[in-house]
Design a protein around this ligand. Structure first.
Ligand code: HEC
Ligand code: HEC
Length: 179
């Protein structure tokens, strides 16, 4: 009896939490809010790491830290599994062919795919870039460049070394238009 009550309580809590995530990241994990990334189809390990660090107050926003405070590992894993299995959306905005081409060139020259994978779908701790919101990608790169991405991996600051900031716009445009 008691166990059943506990289990249904815990799942009601998880459902509430999921609804809160959906309010910002979209019910299908694809964000329609500027500055808020899509999380559908992100690699499970990337999601797990990000969410654990958010629970510990190292990453994420204040709201996310509040939502995840004290949440047990198994619930974090469940969240990561849930969003990793959702289908990434397809970009709806128009493509600027010149910017797209420039982004593809810069990404190839700097071997971004060596970590983020051929189609930029990500792998393990490397996030998916394909189909991500353009302004979020550009801002994240700027944060890595200026060493102010909270909890950000220093690998990324190194990967961007020598790339002019003007090319971040092209890179962000390119990735955001990939399926
Ligand atoms: C009030 C809005 C809001 C809520 C609620 C929210 N998030 Fe976020 N989330 C954001 C914003 C804004 C960012 C970008 C922060 C950054 O730059 O790292 C973010 C970043 C993330 C990222 C990093 C994605 C990436 O590609 O770098 C993950 C994963 C994530 N959120 C998962 C969640 C989960 C799971 C929940 C529910 C427990 C949640 N968020 C609730 C606004 C929200
Ligand atoms: C050595 C491996 C490696 C290389 C090379 C690399 N990245 Fe990354 N990248 C990562 C890792 C790991 C993360 C996650 C870092 C974190 O958790 O903050 C990341 C994160 C990112 C993010 C943030 C995405 C998000 O959803 O939070 C962007 C944007 C990005 N990389 C762009 C690039 C670009 C552009 C290049 C090529 C110039 C590149 N990366 C090359 C490993 C790499």
């Amino acid at each position: 009896m008691l166990t059943a009550l506990f289990v249904s309580c815990a799942s009601a809590q998880s459902e509430e939490r999921l609804k809160a995530c959906a309010a910002c990241h979209g019910a299908d994990g694809n964000s329609t809010i500027a500055g808020t990334p899509s999380i559908a189809g992100q690699p499970r390990i990337f999601l797990e790491n990000y969410l654990v660090m958010t629970r510990e107050g190292i990453r994420g926003t204040d709201v996310m830290q509040g939502l995840l405070k004290g949440v047990p590992d198994r619930d974090i894993v469940a969240l990561a599994v849930h969003f990793s299995k959702l289908k990434p959306g397809t970009p709806k905005e128009e493509t600027d062919e010149n910017l797209f081409r420039r982004g593809r060139e810069v990404a190839a020259k700097n071997r971004c795919a060596s970590c983020h994978e051929k189609n930029f779908q990500g792998r393990e701790q490397m996030p998916r870039l394909a189909g991500q919101r353009e302004e979020f990608l550009a801002e994240a790169m700027l944060q890595y460049r200026q060493n102010r991405r909270p909890g950000g991996d220093t690998l990324m600051a190194a990967a961007l070394y020598g790339i002019p900031e003007a090319d971040f716009k092209a890179l962000a445009h390119y990735f955001s238009r990939l399926k």
